[in-house]
Design a protein around this ligand. Structure first.
Ligand code: ZN
Ligand code: ZN
Ligand code: ZN
Ligand code: ZN
Length: 495
């Protein structure tokens, strides 16, 4: 799988116009379209602490400011701190006899402190008193700007409620003439005021009363201390920029002023297709689980293309290009390679059909109420900047790939599928994979530039859509067309 992190030699064209490797795209089974990261809405499903795996509802997370109350990060190296138990130094209170002294030592008080096992920072070094309980109780560092922040938050709450009122008014306004009088009582007070002819409360006034004093930019800064140029600097005692910015509200300058930081929560996100609003990826809500409830990664639905080898490329000369195709689905598929200028129209008409069906049977349970959902924004496709600079000689026959069979991966004998392969096209075949031979002729015009040689084609593959089967219809068989761009290599000198 490491090759998935390598440079993208084979790129798939998303409908928005961006080019991505197969590991970075989704395949929406409802639209039958590739969807890249720009074509999906991101939604936060759950918040959890990566250390103690506590999973909290979002309202509580907001109260806790996205931080876990039990876990701490080291302020020096940002690793998780561990709680260590120690014994409190017992003050020998008036030791007169040896035996008594022993009794006092036999019941010392257990105390706890925080310790970083990576950089050995400890709460004792920072001068934070030890705690008598293992969980919590650590002194919270006050944000010096807490008053100002609270004032701003309150002010924005007021603004939000005014905006909400205005939105409601706009929504109700067009229907007003058709509304019977009795529904009037359900209106907001602002609306009622308007209806009975009393002047609206000027919203500006209420805003200005709550508006905090605006900040004023100032050029005056404190003078530097006199010894700044004479005192030698001990950088082991001064915090780094990274350590300061980890805690932006305080930004301690000295190492011993650093305080342990609450661990930030992580989120689990789900991705939703912007066009049909179905999920393309949804993970299991349990923080410990790495499974997905829905995962429509293109890797599991669209044949993967890999460049096996390419002969040295010379301008105007034909070079052999070997490509490996892999069918990831549970159904046999037929792959046809079409010229780059083929319209992707088949899939487009399919998309329209599906969309119409969706509007009728759509309101499935996995759709959130519209207020929670991010409003889908669809953009016009971008122009494709990439221009192929070589011709690809396309094969006349197509390639059939059997379904994926995980058991066959380990079976060396079961190789005989009796496909009537064109020996000129198919070089090798095993299980759901096959290598085909194509020819690349770089254009003569690239002689002098150092650009990589890029070829493009449209891959058409038969796709069995099992979504239809879920809706009590027979599985739908469609031809999906995907545009691919391959970077096959550099030109070699003419010899
Ligand atoms: Zn896209
Ligand atoms: Zn935690
Ligand atoms: Zn540390
Ligand atoms: Zn979709």
């Amino acid at each position: 799988m490491t090759y998935l992190n390598q440079p993208d030699y084979v790129r798939y064209l998303c409908n928005c116009g961006s080019l991505k490797s197969i590991s970075k795209i989704y395949f929406c089974r409802h639209c039958l379209m590739i969807r890249c990261g720009y074509c999906v809405c991101q939604e936060v499903d759950s918040h959890y602490c990566p250390n103690c795996m506590e999973n909290l509802p979002s309202s509580e997370v907001r109260l806790k400011k996205n931080k876990c109350s039990n876990c701490f990060d080291c302020p020096c190296c940002f690793q998780t701190l561990s709680t260590r138990a120690g014994l409190a130094p017992v003050r020998a209170a008036a030791p007169t006899e040896g035996e008594e002294n022993k009794d006092v030592k036999a019941t010392p008080k257990k105390v706890y402190y925080l310790f970083c096992s990576l950089c050995r920072w400890s709460s004792r070094d920072a001068g934070i008193p030890d705690q008598s309980v293992a969980t919590g109780g650590w002194p919270e560092q006050e944000n010096p700007h807490v008053m100002r922040i609270n004032a701003l938050i309150d002010y924005h709450k007021v603004l939000a409620s005014i905006e909400k009122q205005q939105c409601e008014r706009k929504k109700i306004h067009p229907k007003r003439s058709f509304m019977p009088a009795q529904t009037m009582y359900s209106f907001t007070s602002a609306l009622v005021r308007k209806r009975i002819g009393r002047p609206m409360k000027p919203p500006l006034q209420s805003q200005s009363s709550a508006q905090p004093v605006p900040s004023v930019a100032s050029e005056e800064v404190d003078e530097l201390p006199n010894d700044i140029f004479t005192e030698s600097v001990d950088i082991t005692k001064i915090t780094t920029l990274e350590q300061r910015l980890q805690h932006p509200e305080v930004q301690a300058e000295k190492i011993n002023e650093l305080r342990p930081q609450h661990r930030q929560f992580l989120v689990k996100r789900s991705q939703r297709c912007r066009v049909c609003e179905h999920n393309v990826s949804k993970s299991d809500l349990c923080p410990q689980s790495t499974k997905f409830k829905i995962l429509l990664a293109a890797f599991y639905h669209i044949p993967e293309v890999k460049i096996v080898t390419c002969e040295p490329l010379r301008p105007g000369k034909s070079s052999e290009l070997l490509l490996k195709f892999c069918n990831p689905t549970q159904h046999q598929t037929q792959i046809t390679i079409l010229p780059l200028d083929t319209l992707l129209s088949t899939s487009l008409t399919e998309e329209k059909d599906i969309k119409q069906e969706d509007t009728q049977t759509n309101e499935s349970s996995n759709l959130l109420p519209s207020t929670v959902r991010q409003a889908p924004v669809t953009e016009d496709p971008k122009a494709i900047k990439i221009v192929p600079n070589a011709d690809l000689i396309l094969p006349h026959s197509s390639l059939i790939l059997p379904p994926r069979d995980d058991a066959a991966e380990y079976d060396d004998t079961n190789d005989n599928h009796n496909f009537q392969d064109d020996p000129k096209l198919v070089v090798w075949r095993k299980g759901n994979k096959a290598v085909i031979r194509l020819h690349v002729i770089p254009h003569d015009t690239n002689k002098d530039n150092e650009d990589s040689i890029i070829v493009g084609f449209v891959m058409q593959h038969g796709y069995v859509n099992t979504i239809a089967a879920l809706e009590h219809k027979s599985p739908q068989k469609v031809d999906v067309k995907v545009k691919l761009y391959l970077t096959v290599g550099q030109l070699v000198g003419e010899t």
